[in-house]
Design a protein around this ligand. Structure first.
Ligand SMILES: [Ca+2]
Ligand SMILES: [Ca+2]
Ligand SMILES: [Ca+2]
Length: 302
């Protein structure tokens, strides 16, 4: 049998979980057609202090996985965020590197799609197996009005939806990046219901008379970019620690992102909660004729 070829770029860090009630893990994956010898390669967390040399005779076969626990590595990944580097021993270069934020333990982070995509929170940890579907939080970013037809940023809003049968306490939750907003203590989003966070709450209550005032929150600071931007919904970390991203979307404009949401009178609406919210295919221009749960009244036909 031929010696495994060294194809440094063909092994990726595919899944990770920081140490918590479940042991920490780092999963490597070989997406290529050739076995890769990774003996002597180094895993570290970006510091010289915490480094692990992969043991002799470690080979990752094509389409296969190798998993190291925090016990194997001799150091623990930080649950409030950090880095992992995979360094090739032959050329002493970084083969793959991952930087991650605060984790929603015991859920893991992993590439989506498996082996190639960006790191996302996964529904279930899958050491030595194909990564699971994405974890979908009980409350999702459901609708985005980033470029109102009025050309007035005060008419911008973000709608959140609790798609589960349980009420969710949003105390300490926040929206960040393109705009900033922190929910006041005691905010509860009831089961199967919606709320709106806007740039100008008083104005929205007059322009959208069908919206109950207890569904309207704000004002957020900043504005939603008309050329696309990232919106993140965060909940507080354990013991008031670093905020954990529970849902995020980096919306775009045009093409698969739709035509009418960019200043044409529509908003962007999530088609279904249980989709990949980072994919444009999961979003569509709102249909103003059947808009739910509330109907804008300010639009006039040309
Ligand atoms: Ca996996
Ligand atoms: Ca805007
Ligand atoms: Ca809606």
């Amino acid at each position: 049998m031929a010696e495994p070829t060294v194809q440094a770029e063909q092994v990726v860090i595919n899944e990770l979980r920081a140490s918590g009630t479940e042991p920490g893990l780092i999963e490597l994956f070989n997406p290529s057609m050739a076995a890769v010898h990774i003996s002597g390669w180094i895993l570290n967390d970006g510091s010289d202090l915490n480094r692990f040399q992969i043991p002799d005779h470690t080979i990752v076969d094509p389409g296969q996985y190798v998993v190291f626990t925090d016990q194997d590595c001799g150091f623990k990944l930080n649950s409030t965020g950090g880095s992992i580097l995979l360094v090739d021993s032959v050329r002493a270069r970084v083969v793959d590197a991952v930087r991650y934020g605060a984790q929603a333990l015991p859920r893991s982070l992993g590439r989506h799609p498996n082996g190639s995509g960006t790191f996302r929170t996964l529904e279930t940890a899958t050491p030595s197996a194909t990564n699971s579907w994405l974890y979908i939080a009980p409350v999702v970013i459901n609708e985005i009005m980033y470029d109102p037809i009025s050309q007035d940023s005060r008419d911008e809003y973000i709608e959140l939806h609790n798609w589960t049968p349980q009420d969710v306490d949003l105390s300490g939750w926040s929206i960040s990046d393109s705009v900033s907003y922190a929910f006041p203590p005691g905010t509860v989003l009831k089961a199967s219901s919606y709320l709106v966070v806007t740039k100008d709450a008083a104005r929205l209550s007059t322009t959208h008379s069908g919206v109950s005032s207890n569904q309207v929150y704000g004002n957020f600071s900043g504005t939603l970019g008309n050329g696309g931007e990232r919106i993140a919904l965060c909940r507080p970390g354990a013991l008031g620690g670093f905020p954990i991203v529970v849902d995020e979307v980096t919306y775009g404009t045009g093409g698969r992102w739709g035509k009418w949401s960019k200043g044409g009178g529509s908003s962007l609406e999530l088609i279904h909660p249980l989709t990949d919210h980072q994919s444009p295919d999961s979003w569509a221009d709102s249909d103003e004729s059947t808009k739910a749960p509330w109907t804008p009244v300010e639009w006039t036909e040309c």
